[in-house]
Design a protein around this ligand. Structure first.
Ligand code: PMP
Length: 304
C-alpha cells in the first residue's frame, strides 16, 4: 500500500503515526458517528471533485451535536481540510472519504457527559461498491433501529452493528443485500442505502419518519426525478408486499451510488432487469458528479 495521509488531532499526518487506545470508548461502545463521502475522478480533465462536501459536513455536525461530541470546526473548515487531505494523498481515481467523530475518552463508563470529542478523516480509492450490476435482496428478520433507540438519522457508529446483522443474514441466505422494515413493519432502507420504488409512473421512497437516514443521494434522486424527468416523487410509507408489485426498485447511497434491485424475497421485480426510470436516473447521476452539468456544478468541489 502506498503512503496514506490522514487528518487526526488537528493536522495531516502519516496514517502509521496514529494510535488509538484499546480502552477507547469509541472502540468499546461505539461512541461516535461518521460520514461517507465520494470524490469523483475525471480522467479527461485530470481533476478530482469532492461531491456535496458541504451537505455531508452539515449532517456530520448535526449528528455530533446529538451525541455531545462537538468538534471545533465549521462546515467550511471541514470542506477545506478534506480538499487539503485529498491533495496531500495525490489521489488520481474516485475516492471514498471517511470522516469520524468519536469519544476519545478511555474510562470504563459508556458515558457521553464527559465526552472527549476527537475527529479524524481517512480516504481510500473506491470504484463500484456493489459487486454486481443488479441485486437480489431479502427482507431482514432484524428490524431497523428507531429514532427513540439509536437515531439512524445521525449515522451512529454503533448502529452499523444493526446493519451488519442484517447483511450477514442476507449473505448467508444467498442474497446480495438485506432490506430493513421498521419496528411497525414499513419498508425502511438497506443497511447503508436508501430505497426507491417505481409504481404507476410515480417514484416513491420512505419518509424520514420511517427511521431512514436522510440520504444525500436520496435527495439528489428525488430532485432528478422531479426536475429532470418530470415524474411525481412521493415520500410515503411503503408496505412489504408493495415491493413485490413494483415496476422497479433501486438503492441510492454514496458508496452504492444508484444500483437496481431485481429480486426481493425471490420474487422477480418488474421485468427482472434494470428499469427505464432507473436507467435515466443513472445517466443523469453519473453525468453530474464531475461538474459537467452546469445546474449541479456547485455540488462538485475541484481538488487540484
Ligand atoms: N442509509 C444508511 C443507513 C446509510 O448508511 C447510508 C450511507 N450514508 C445511506 C442511507 C445513504 O445516504 P447517502 O446518500 O447520504 O450516502
Amino acid at each position: 500500500m502506498s503512503k496514506s495521509y490522514v487528518f487526526y488531532d488537528g493536522k495531516i499526518v502519516d496514517e502509521s503515526e496514529v494510535t488509538i487506545s484499546i480502552r477507547s470508548k469509541a472502540f468499546n461502545y461505539g461512541l461516535g458517528c461518521f460520514e461517507g463521502i465520494r470524490a469523483y475522478w475525471d480522467e479527461d480533465e485530470k481533476q478530482l471533485y469532492g461531491f456535496r462536501l458541504k451537505d455531508h459536513y452539515v449532517r456530520l455536525l448535526q449528528s455530533a451535536k446529538t451525541f455531545n461530541l462537538n468538534i471545533p470546526y465549521s462546515v467550511d473548515e471541514l470542506c477545506k481540510i478534506t480538499v487539503d487531505l485529498l491533495k496531500k494523498n495525490q489521489f488520481k481515481q474516485t475516492t471514498y472519504i471517511r470522516p469520524v467523530v468519536f469519544d476519545g475518552g478511555t474510562n470504563i463508563n459508556p458515558t457521553l457527559s464527559d465526552a472527549e470529542p476527537k475527529f479524524l478523516i481517512y480516504c481510500q480509492p473506491m470504484g463500484k461498491f456493489a459487486g454486481k450490476e443488479e441485486l437480489s435482496v431479502c427482507i431482514s428478520s432484524w428490524r431497523r433501529l428507531e429514532d427513540t433507540m439509536l437515531p439512524p438519522r445521525t449515522k451512529p457508529t454503533a448502529a452499523y452493528l444493526n446493519s451488519a446483522l442484517a447483511s450477514l443474514e442476507a449473505n448467508q441466505s444467498g442474497y446480495d443485500e438485506a432490506l430493513f422494515l421498521t419496528v411497525s413493519g414499513h419498508v425502511c432502507e438497506g443497511p447503508g442505502e436508501n430505497i426507491f420504488i417505481v409504481k404507476k409512473g410515480q417514484l416513491i421512497t420512505p419518509p424520514p419518519s420511517d427511521n431512514i437516514l436522510e440520504g444525500i443521494t436520496r435527495d439528489l434522486v428525488m430532485r432528478l426525478g422531479r426536475e429532470e424527468l418530470g415524474i411525481e416523487v412521493v415520500e410515503r410509507s411503503i408496505a412489504r408486499t408493495e415491493l413485490y408489485a413494483s415496476d422497479e426498485i433501486f438503492f441510492s447511497g454514496t458508496a452504492m451510488e444508484v444500483t437496481p434491485i431485481v429480486k426481493v424475497d425471490n420474487r422477480i421485480i418488474g421485468t427482472g432487469k434494470q428499469g427505464e426510470v432507473y436507467k435515466k436516473i443513472k445517466e443523469l447521476f453519473f453525468g453530474l458528479t464531475t461538474g459537467k452539468n452546469p445546474k449541479y456544478a456547485k455540488y462538485c468541489t475541484p481538488v487540484y
